[in-house]
Design a protein. Structure first.
Length: 103
């Protein structure tokens, strides 16, 4: 049996709070744990890119993922990424968008 134990908090945070109605780049948010789920909820078509960082200042040359919605709805993904900071960049938006992280 492994001696490593991982406990998730289950805390849900809107990392673009308040909900945005434009194309914006959110602030860096410290991830509590590597395992996280990300969900984008939009009232119309939207694209959200997730940037990652090790220092909360400089984005890495890679993105964690992208969620593209062709119409109102929600979509997301889970990750086991080791990076400690994450931010959401809304690159296309024709309604309002909120981005939730559970970690």
């Amino acid at each position: 049996m492994s001696t490593n134990v991982f406990v998730k908090s289950g805390r849900v945070v809107d990392i673009l709070a308040p909900t945005v109605a434009a194309t914006v780049t959110g602030s860096w948010m410290f991830k509590d744990a590597p395992k996280s789920s990300l969900q984008v909820v939009a009232t119309a078509a939207a694209t959200v890119v997730f940037d990652v960082s090790n220092d909360g200042i400089n984005a890495l040359d890679t993105t964690l993922g992208t969620v593209t919605l062709a119409a109102a709805g929600s979509d997301g993904f889970t990750t086991d990424a080791p990076w400690k900071y994450i931010r959401a960049r809304v690159t296309a938006n024709s309604g309002t968008v909120s981005v939730l992280i559970c970690n």
